[in-house]
Design a protein around this ligand. Sequence first.
Ligand SMILES: [Zn+2]
Length: 376
Amino acid sequence: MKYIKNGKIIMPDGEITGKVLVFSREIVDIIDEEQIGSFGFGDVYDAEGGIIAPGLIDLHIHGYMGEDSSDGIEKGLLEMSEAVTKNGVTSWLPTTMTVPFEQLEKVFDIVRKLMANGVDGAQILGVNAEGPFISPKYKGAQKEENIKNIDVDFLIRNSDVIKLTTVAPETEGALDAIKEVKAKTDIVMSIGHTSATFAQAMAGIDAGISHATHLFNAMTPLNHREPGTVGACLVSENVTCELIADTFHINPGLFKLIYGIKKDKLILITDCTRAGGLEDGEYDLGGQLLTKKGIECRLPDGTIAGSVLTLNKALYNFKNHTGLEDYQVIALSTLGPAKLLGDNTRGSLEKGKNADIVIFDREYNVKKTFVKGKEI
Ligand SMILES: [Zn+2]
């Protein structure tokens, strides 16, 4: 049995101070300090006045530390799984780009294996297929030659591993395809990389879209006479929205407004590329040249191309610009994504859930990360 004392314990609806978190592979209890040992003796960790939070879940990571999910290299995925735990991430969706089907299938096969066998670091929960079913007009940093109309058979065939996919509802045959995928699989369909008007986006949401890929980025903007995809996502209560809170993709002056509208339907992600965690320089992004400078990644033509954000930094930025309580901010990358994936085994420190735990200092710097009770 293990114990963490002297920290603020983050729960779904508030924060507990002056207590001790007890865990083994699962969360066992929250007790008084005098009771340490009552569940059996073991390691006692001191949070030193910091934050004891559920492990973070990142739905949208392309790459990190030089590796990229789209490469389809098992060793790369294993290294990323371990590396992201430094940022407090305990489970994630390797996220593929708009690359050829054969390349995607190669990634899916590896992820299938890693899902079945488990990994040493952050657990791999499946794939986020961001493309190839997108609009060439809003391709962002995705490669146009690989873009396709929604292929229902492809999605159904791989629905054991694809948890989330981005679609552009205005493309040919999209609405029927969305309905069919929704009826036959558990894949979350996410609107993104789309030229959809407000009406087209609303039709997509009616057909079964329930999530938005990095709200504001690579979609039609909000205008008072044509509210675009952004408007449709903001007014649709059942649509969860991803946000890249690096303060570069979206002006942080909007964070409060977006939270006010979406509340617990907002999910912070990183959209991190292989340049994440590395020095400024030139890298590959799905066959294209990416230049990293500070917090900015761009293609040669200036297109913004993913981020180098870490999820703990996203939480810090969001808290800093909204003044929300820690438990409200942390829920955006823990309980929120777990709910979206229909996963009841993680996302909070409630009894019986996996002991995926992070100890942060008050500025969300990671002190320790545990996956299923094991210190990484
Ligand atoms: Zn992305």
